[in-house]
Design a protein around this ligand. Structure first.
Ligand SMILES: [Zn+2]
Length: 325
């Protein structure tokens, strides 16, 4: 099994994850408020996605998370695509990230002092397909088998398209994480990270203790990192401490800006929790996370600020190495 995370953490103190995709495309003037979500951009303006991946690499990201968060066969076919078109579009999200990475890496001046970035294929939760904000609540009323059946075709498409790793993200509940962990066994050569959304300092969105969720995934060797994303950054230090008590796997965090998502109006309310997201992120490293980036409403500038201190951190002062050997 190829594990891009341990290969990097054996040589570098931290992995810089990228920042927001959808909200950053909106900030750049693209319209994602339509029936096909980001698929419309995948179909009609794929160069915008490729450019954004490139910009995140340039800002210092060691990985790109693909534009497949809300892309599912079931979702696309319900919106007028046939199954083949839906499958191709999901694969296109991976190919765009690979193209951006290869173009970035072909310039030798981009290679100094950093590892070759990898492509993490986003596997959003069932709640993202529902598009009603339930990835921040859970309680879908689906069992493990139903969730496995939902996730299977997209996982297959993403792996076949050449993703280096699956980024199972914004997972609100233990049952969905379990379903994904079990499904991974059908793709034994593939590594994944599992990242939950959380409601407070100790609990995932549906209400289970985060530490229990982490402990339950500990024995699955295909899960190469566990953590939290799209959650307010104010909960992150506590959640890292919760995870550290029960896992030896590298811990990842890529919270949102702290604004809250309003599913009804498909908009974000409030204001960012910290003046400098990227500087605050250093606290998460000190608390024990070794993969750090941003989710919704974060920008290439935030990622640049993270890379700014992460690259300078002395090798040997790392909290992550012990767990990746
Ligand atoms: Zn997010």
């Amino acid at each position: 099994m190829n594990n891009p995370i341990s290969s990097i953490l054996n040589r570098y103190p931290a992995i810089v994850i990228d920042g927001a995709l959808a909200t950053e495309l909106e900030r750049r003037g693209y319209d994602l408020k339509n029936e096909l979500w980001s698929a419309k951009i995948l179909l009609e303006q794929p160069e915008a996605i490729e450019q954004l991946h490139y910009d995140y690499f340039k800002s210092g990201a060691d990985c790109a998370i693909t534009a497949s968060y809300q892309a599912t066969i079931e979702g696309f076919t319900k919106r007028g695509l046939n199954e083949k078109e839906a499958f191709d579009l999901i694969q296109k999200s991976v190919k765009l990230a690979i193209q951006a990475r290869d173009e970035f890496w072909s310039d030798e001046t981009n290679r100094v002092g950093r590892p070759k970035p990898f492509v993490a294929a986003s596997v959003g939760p069932y709640g993202a397909f529902l598009a009603d904000g339930s990835e921040y609540r859970g309680n879908y009323g689906l069992n493990e088998k139903e969730l496995m059946d939902f996730h299977r075709p997209r996982m297959k498409a993403l792996i076949e398209a050449g993703a280096d790793l699956l980024a199972c993200e914004t997972i609100p509940s233990l049952v969905e994480a379990w379903a994904m962990a079990k499904l991974l066994k059908e793709f034994p050569d593939t590594a994944a990270w599992i990242s939950f959304s959380a409601r407070d300092e100790k609990h995932v969105s549906e209400g289970q203790a985060f530490a229990d969720c982490v402990r339950d995934l500990e024995s699955n060797a295909q899960i190469v990192s566990i953590g939290i994303n799209c959650t307010s950054p104010k909960y992150i230090p506590s959640l890292i401490r919760e995870a550290k008590q029960v896992t030896d796997k590298p811990i990842l965090v890529y919270p949102n800006s702290g604004e809250t998502y309003d599913a009804e109006n498909n908009d974000w309310n409030g204001s960012p929790v910290f003046e400098s997201f990227g500087e605050e992120a250093k606290e998460w490293y000190n608390a024990g996370a070794c993969l750090i980036g941003g989710c919704c409403r974060t920008t290439p500038e935030d990622i640049q600020a993270i890379a700014g201190w992460a690259r300078k951190t002395r090798v040997g002062a790392k909290p992550c190495l012990a767990s990746t050997n």
